[in-house]
Design a binder for this molecule. Structure first.
Ligand code: HAM
Length: 444
């Protein structure tokens, strides 16, 4: 039914109103030029996963809220303030995942992955959603690349391996001025004592800290060390350090992690204010930053040990350690450090048609080249020989294959070398061999 005059005007107004026809705040389109950066990062992630023997796992974007309430902690900002709830007909309390570790722990339990192997090395990448205030390096939809080791007898070598992977990832992307910060946030034995010490340190400062921290002081005082609020930052430096209060188990675990890192020649600094914003951590926690250009975006990656998470989700206590990197932050830093932009590999040949008949036969020729492993490109929508040659030059292609009515009639095709501009006519049915021969010659 055609809209009445008034209705049409109303709809037009709605469509053109600000905010309706653009991406939601804090979310972005990923344009083709951006994909080259992403693909570069993904390929390094896959390469490292393969090298260190991690297997890919994917979990849904939607999860029951309980996964994060129990896993990440209902008092964390991520769960308390930043989760996107999805309104649906039947299943309520579905949320868009704000992170990947709790869902992986859920999947590990749901599919009894521990039964098939006592050690699971898993990696993933995918979109995460947090309703945060958008700013440099902080979006509402962003992507994680993550590595998790579940099982493995609480061995500190896996803490070191996870850190090593993120170090190598940054190095392979040629990111400079890397800083690795490490801390231990203890275990169920030593943490209660440390919390008490923190509470007594903050007791006479309670009125000066932010409202969130005043609340956290009672339930989760370690989170005060993570607060970025101006009124709280100043108190962090003189706060008691967990270091000398760690129980012997946590202390020797951390010592061993350091020994492995020393062995690997990975430099690190100890930061006793590093506590991470998720409740599932115990013992080792770490974050990677850069200094100088790009430093304003904060941590590039972070993670740590989470020995209690599987238990918090209803399973048996299972030692685990992992970390995740923010893909957008990596790209921001790579651009800020003016690293060379990844380029598309130029195709090997450019198919140029002259006339309608040749145009009709072009797709078949391209298919023949592709199935022989010769990458080919074209400008089939452009009819001018000059324009097609110019485009072939611009794309950095090595050989142009030119054919028109005469060549079709003679069952031949012209191969033009775009570097020395020499050209030669060859029989059409030998085109694959002739092109391969020339490409090999060019490599030598
Ligand atoms: P996370 O520190 O919350 O850890 O996130 C990991 C990385 O994701 C951060 O270091 C940062 O680069 C990026 N990131 C976080 N929030 C945003 C945002 N709003 N916009 C853009 N990038 C962001 C985790 O989520 C844990 N699951 C990591 C982990 C895995 N721990 C153990 N295993």
């Amino acid at each position: 039914m055609a809209p009445k005059k008034g209705e049409k005007q109303k709809n037009n107004k709605k469509e053109s109103s600000a905010g309706e026809l653009r991406t939601p705040k804090g979310m972005h389109d990923i344009l083709p030029s951006e994909w080259l950066w992403r693909e570069k990062i993904y390929s390094v992630i896959s390469e490292l996963a393969d090298f260190y023997n991690f297997n890919r796992i994917d979990t849904p974007i939607l999860e029951y809220a309980t996964v994060f309430e129990r896993g990440v902690g209902s008092d964390t900002d991520i769960v308390n303030k930043e989760m996107y709830f999805v309104r649906s007909k039947g299943e309520d309390s579905l949320v868009m995942r704000p992170e990947g570790t709790a869902p992986i722990a859920r999947a590990y339990l749901e599919h009894h992955l521990g039964r098939s192997a006592s050690l699971q090395k898993l990696f993933y990448r995918g979109a995460m959603f947090r309703h945060e205030r958008p700013q440099a390096g902080r979006f509402r939809q962003f992507e994680h690349g993550g590595f998790e080791v579940i099982g493995g007898n609480n061995d500190p070598i896996y803490d070191a391996e996870i850190i090593l992977i993120f170090q190598r990832l940054l190095e392979k992307l040629k990111i400079k001025n890397i800083v690795l910060k490490i801390n231990s946030i203890g275990c169920r034995v030593c943490r209660p004592l440390y919390k008490k010490q923190l509470q007594s340190y903050y007791k006479d400062k309670e009125k000066k800290i932010c409202a969130d921290c005043q609340r956290r002081l009672k339930i989760n005082p370690m989170r005060l060390l993570d607060c970025k609020n101006e009124s709280c930052v100043g108190f962090k430096e003189s706060a008691p350090s967990f270091f000398d209060k760690l129980c012997s188990n946590c202390s020797s675990h951390l010592k061993e992690v350091f020994e492995y890192l020393d062995e690997l020649k990975i430099s690190y600094s100890i930061d006793h204010t590093l506590v991470r914003g998720l409740d599932y951590y115990s013992k080792t926690v770490f974050e990677f930053f850069v200094e100088g250009a790009g430093s304003e975006i904060g941590a590039l990656s972070g993670g740590g040990r989470y020995d209690y998470l599987l238990e918090m989700l209803g399973g048996r206590m299972t030692p685990a350690v992992g970390g995740a990197v923010g893909i957008e932050r990596l790209i921001t830093v790579m651009k800020a450090q003016e690293l060379e932009a990844p380029k598309k590999q130029p195709k090997k040949v450019f198919v140029i048609h002259v006339g309608e008949l040749a145009k009709k036969k072009s797709l078949n020729l391209i298919e023949k080249l592709r199935s022989a492993g010769i990458s080919a490109t074209e400008a089939l929508g452009r009819d001018s020989l000059k324009v097609q040659l110019r485009l072939a030059d611009k794309e950095g292609v090595k050989l142009a294959l030119i054919f028109g009515q005469k060549e079709i009639f003679e069952k031949s095709i012209i191969i033009r070398d775009l570097e020395n501009h020499l050209q030669e006519s060859v029989p059409m049915d030998t085109i694959v061999e002739e092109v391969k021969k020339r490409l090999v010659r060019k490599k030598q």
